[in-house]
Ligand binder design. Sequence first.
Ligand SMILES: [Zn+2]
Length: 427
Amino acid sequence: MRYGVKLFVGIVLSTMLTSTGVLAQDITVIKAGSLFDSRSGDVTRDVLIVIEDDRIVAVMDGDEEIPDEAEVIDLSDSFVLPGVMDMHTHVVGNLANNFFAGYFQSPHRATIGGVVNAEKTLMAGFTTIRNVGAGDYMDVALRNAINDGEVPGPRMAVSGPSLGITGGHCDRNSLNSSFEERSDGVADGPWAVREKIRTNVKYGVDLTKFCATGGVFSKGTKVGMTQYTLEEMEAIVDESHTHGRKVAAHAHGNEGIKRAIIAGVDSIEHASFLDEEAVRMGMERGTFFAMDIYNTEYTLERGAENGVPEENINKEREVGTRQRQSFTLAVEMGAKVVFATDSGVYPHGDNGKQFARAVRFGMTPVQAIQSATSLTAELLGWEDQVGAIEEGLYADIIAVHGDPLDDISELEDVDFVMKGGVVYKSK
Ligand SMILES: [Zn+2]
């Protein structure tokens, strides 16, 4: 038993009697057949989770008494775990179905697409995501609409426009010079990047994303080539941290990864070409590695028919195999590897497919779930809000009928989704 009956009675009395003395109606109790503890990795049988409004107020033994007033959700035949999280999504983009959509869709249209994608992501069990890179603050608008309860979607930490050098991965390079095409986040030089971050903060971002190397889906960039000087990267990190914003650095090549780690970024996105020294440097400085090891399969299978140019498909071939070897190396060395999929490159809502790949390339099922719950909460700095089923945290809870510790692919088809005490899916 984790909490005594005395504590439970105390909570019920203090929460059910409102200031006017009227009984509140909003206590929910989930009967969980198996409950996954994301901090220890242990599983407890027959547990009651007591929820009031949007928060968990108690977790206790299954034989404790359930108050008459409570609404009971019976998941006694299910495996219950915290809502999972994806640290690298692009919910306001639709690259997966039409590579050039970004050139022809207005930001308004793309934001409406984001509303649809956010719901798909939530229904897949992802109750918290980071959206890393969106022009026109489309991601800020979507996050706010979700937080206001107007549309269903995960909790979102958003970056706004990604910072990048002129002509780099975070710029747009497909059109000729007469179009004067340029991404929102392009900034060269330490003071220019500081100004860009101040602008992003002004318009409501939660974190900074920048491009430290070339990338797969940009024109004319090489994945191995570093972008930004150390001076610029240090300015990005210093300015962001001054404003309480964490920094996510897109980096494939080894040198760019190391430079970003030295500059003090919080997470390396993709981290494709890792060597032991880079992993060790990250571990010494507490850097997280956010590695998308599912989407290669989708791009190589479906990229050509979705209009992805040959240049970019060839880069994916170059990166995919090495990235999985890097993932195995980082996991074996004990680095902080978080769940991050690059959704949008593949169809939204399929995020859970990466769990099976995480296990195939070196994680235990327990580690794979922790990489998407307790560890992601740590990266966000939201440990006291999400990532575990504990008193005081948001009631972000999912369930599957099978045991994902036996078969991790259970998490590809989640049966129950609750976010903030509201049930969005139950089957
Ligand atoms: Zn991405």
